[in-house]
Design a binder for this molecule. Sequence first.
Ligand code: GDP
Length: 471
Amino acid sequence: PLSKIIKDHFMRGIILRPAQAVNLEEARQIAAQYGWNVELKEEEISDPLEMLKVKYEKLYGDESKLVQRPPVVTVMGHVDHGKTTLLDRIRKTAVAEKEVGGITQSIGAYHVEVNGKRITFIDTPGHEAFTEMRARGAQATDIVVLVVAADDGVMPQTIEAFNHAKTANVPIIVAINKIDKPNANIDLTKQQLASKLGLVPEDWGGDTIVVPISAKMGKGIDELLEMILLVAEMSEIKCVPEGNARGIIIESELDKGVGPLATAIIKDGILRPGDYIVAGSTHGKVRALRDEKGRKVKMAGPSDPVQIIGFEEVPDMHEILYVVDNLDQAREISAFVKERQKKERMVKGKRHVRLEEFMRVSGDGERKTLNLIIKSDSFGAVEALKQAVAKLETEEVHIETVHSGIGPVNSSDIMLAAASDAVVIGYKVKTDAQARSQAEEEGVQIKLYEIIFDLIDDLKKALEGLLEPEE
Ligand code: GDP
């Protein structure tokens, strides 16, 4: 039953929702847990985007065609620790030497050349962006530079940034910044890195590369860049250098004059004007490409940041960009994704089951199932309730206790209720504050009782469709 799958996953910290689309890999994992195999027959994939992904995985998965590509680097860290200053400094030292007149960067990424090798920097995206991209199977970043101010040490957002980078399995280089400040304490910062994050610096016998810098004074910058190149070489950052491009949208906007604009980092292949493109629910034909300085370019290759003009609508940030063979295909895929997103929004926007409406809302004919989550203050009470509730079952209604437990109604009860479309029943317990606001947000009903008779009476009435709505 769906509720069992949802519950089993919930117990392992994975939230699944009814009618939620899962990708092939997830489908395989789910099936495997119940002893089933999922076999893919290509002509049976009805999701054209998934089909495209599979095709590109094959195309780009060919080891023999892979070559090294420049690393894409994201600078992360606690607010005010110097991320912006560092990005500015790198841009100045590495770019301005060659380019007189200081052309301003017009998109959220730029590249530099160090000893004849390229590095692409993305302007700090939020940590969430990182995780969101991963959820779509995309990763814009190859290396994270974690900036920690030497006068402030490891702070909450340092830890957050570290966690995101770590879950994404991206190599981390630490830049200890602001070493010019009189109260800078490099040793203390290293100690915190080791104790709070488990990042033990190389000179302390660990394997974390730590570079002391002053973004403001320009100290240590060259060394940091060299370390980035070194890590890039060791991490085997590869791509397929030719063929249809694949990339990741890192920013997008609607320009009044030009129309939809999107910036992408190309991961594989070459993007050219005239290419048919698709990114999630939007598609188009590349009318023009611009580099980070706003200059028109004829092509963009792996790790290049590029601004694309030609999308019909503004694509979502963090979508994967694909080049496809023709306009029809681009149109078909984007229309499909749009339709699916619409359905997902409808499912999401729907309020969950309520006792008062249960009989009326759930369809006629088949036996209906009322899902419950039961919370109480003791083991005995929970067991007694489960049994009492089971006895209320009728020919028309099956009652499924998807979860039961001791203690106040908490936020994981609400998430499970939302995922399995259940009503939460509490007997002699309260709802904690977080759970209450979450329930409101998710449209989950919580019914609390102090008297068992009231509880049973309400359920009975609900099953007869006679329970009056609450005020
Ligand atoms: P962000 O919030 O991480 O982007 O931090 P910013 O780059 O905006 O820097 C925050 C403040 O720290 C600014 O006032 C910078 O001038 C200052 N700052 C950044 N790097 C250094 C540095 O190496 N030394 C000193 N003394 N100040 C710095």
